[in-house]
Design a protein around this ligand. Structure first.
Ligand SMILES: *[C@@H]1O[C@H](CO)[C@@H](O)[C@H](O)[C@H]1NC(C)=O
Ligand SMILES: *[C@@H]1O[C@H](CO)[C@@H](O)[C@H](O)[C@H]1NC(C)=O
Ligand SMILES: *[C@@H]1O[C@H](CO)[C@@H](O)[C@H](O)[C@H]1NC(C)=O
Ligand SMILES: [Zn+2]
Length: 457
């Protein structure tokens, strides 16, 4: 699989290995004055032959005797330290983690009643996430999940989902918490609403902060609400959480309602494509995922899902769907960002950093190494795998993959450049649709009775 090296830091030699030096070529440099003279051909030949021999000897030495060089000298020959943990830190230095799903805002709601003033992110929090541990874990960015529960009692909405407005209020409160925390720590976080903004945050030493809405139920069944979330910076919407909604079926309810996407759900995806909001297929039913992969014009994500073949739970992605992800015929580009929830990783007591690496490798084998990422679900999961206890531990996972033979480009894809490629792809599709004059979608959900269906005035 060709490594993906066209993103991330401008000054990252790791991710731009074939970039040529920008040094001016003296042939074209008007400042260099050349006296025309006859070349001494014989001397030249001797000098060049000698230089070539020296170069070949040096190359052979470096290639054959790398193991004699100290770890400190290895970066000079473009090689990683042999110690997997040191190698992990060397890679993460230029390819930090961009996590697809971190639930810090819901923790602020339940533990601090949304009082951002009271949140001490600079010291150790009781959860999985705080600033010192984000830095220790070499995090360069993450999607702040803005999440509101599905109704405990489905009957509240009967089957028509028309009583959803408080969820829009609570989602706005979650967006407020996320954005307020991002601006409370301007030396650490930077709101990012595009792939370019993510790269520039990382280049400036900040943690790029993106927003993702975790369920279509949070839209109040209104495509207009999607547009306004987008205006507030939201860059993905998970089509469902654990409940079915007006747009799509969830994996959380085994009895299907729409058998995948509803017609209104297809319209939602059309508008997400036009705006450049990523379609997130975590939590959806398999039928929803298959139909959305087919319907979306833009690449898609699973912001926090693992591999069903490794651990068989409905929240994980099955192989037949993994095979639909890619750049080939009948496939759609996408990235499956592995969830660390112990219950999705292994049998009780067996979730470990190695087990998470098994999920990463299975997705990489089935969909390709360009299609796997990390979506820990930290602060949204009860417990964490052994060795991956919080956001400070990503280097342990990278070290495990280095031990299993992953090279630096493949690791960089996993940690961040795969999801950046997908985000860039969605931005590209949005621009094309907008340039083609595609109109916004003003369809109303069919069960709405509060707005008279006008015939125009
Ligand atoms: C929010 O937290 C701050 C700092 O702990 C406290 O002074 C303030 O009273 C809190 N506000 C509310 C409304 O609880
Ligand atoms: C969607 O499905 C149709 C029919 O099943 C198929 O012909 C088409 O290639 C699919 N499109 C994509 C983008 O997968
Ligand atoms: C779980 O872990 C225990 C001990 O760590 C091991 O004996 C057992 O085989 C593991 N079970 C599975 C299903 O991997
Ligand atoms: Zn979730």
């Amino acid at each position: 699989m060709p490594p993906n090296r066209d993103h991330l830091s401008e000054n990252s030699p790791l991710l731009r290995p074939h970039q040529h030096s920008a040094d001016s070529d003296d042939e074209s440099d008007p400042h260099i004055y050349r006296t025309p003279r006859q070349p001494n051909l014989k001397n030249r030949t001797i000098i060049w032959s000698t230089l070539t021999l020296i170069f070949i000897f040096a190359l052979v030495f470096v290639l054959c005797f790398q193991h004699l060089l100290s770890d400190a000298a290895l970066p000079w020959v473009g090689t990683l330290p042999r110690d997997p943990m040191l190698a992990a830190f060397a890679i993460l230095k230029v390819a930090p983690v961009i996590d697809g799903h971190i639930d810090l805002p819901i923790l602020i709601r339940t533990k601090y009643a949304n009082n951002v003033t009271a949140v001490p992110l600079q010291s150790r929090t009781p959860g999985h996430v705080d600033i010192p541990r984000l830095r220790q874990g070499r995090v360069g960015g993450f999607f702040w999940s803005v999440y509101v529960t599905c109704p405990e009692n489905q009957k509240e909405d009967k089957d028509d989902f028309t009583e959803a407005s408080w969820r829009v209020r609570d989602t706005l409160e979650q967006i407020d918490v996320a954005r307020s925390l991002i601006s409370k720590y301007p030396d650490t976080f930077q709101l990012a609403v595009s792939s370019d903004a993510v790269v520039s945050s990382i280049t400036n030493g900040k943690i790029a902060s993106l927003l993702g809405v975790e369920g279509g139920h949070q839209l109040g069944n209104s495509i207009a609400v999607l547009r306004q979330y987008h205006a507030l910076g939201v860059r993905y919407v998970t089509l469902t959480h654990t409940c079915h909604n007006a747009f799509a079926d969830s994996s959380g309810n085994p009895v299907p309602l729409h058998n995948g996407l509803s017609p209104f759900g297809r319209r939602l995806i059309d508008e997400m494509n036009r705006l450049g909001v990523l379609v997130d297929l975590s939590h959806t039913s398999d039928e929803t995922a298959i139909q959305a992969l087919n319907h979306s014009k833009a690449p898609v994500i699973w912001s926090h899902s693992s591999a069903r073949a490794i651990h068989d739970v409905p929240r994980n992605v099955p192989d037949d769907i993994l095979r639909l992800v890619g750049k080939g015929e009948g496939q759609k580009d996408g990235v499956v960002m592995v969830n660390f929830a112990p219950g999705f990783i292994a049998k009780p007591g067996n979730a470990s950093v190695q087990a998470v690496a098994d999920h990463v490798e299975h997705i990489a084998r089935t969909a390709g190494r360009d299609h796997v990422g990390l979506g820990s679900d930290f602060d949204g999961i009860p417990g964490a795998p052994e060795g991956l206890e919080d956001v400070s531990k990503y280097p342990a996972l990278v070290a495990e993959l280095v031990r299993r033979g992953w090279n630096k480009y493949e690791v960089a894809g996993l940690t961040g450049s795969n999801v950046l490629r997908v985000l860039r792809g969605a931005e590209h599709v949005a621009k094309e649709l907008q340039d083609a004059g595609t109109e916004p979608i003003y369809d109303l959900y069919k069960a709405r009775r509060d707005i008279p269906r006008g015939s125009g005035i």
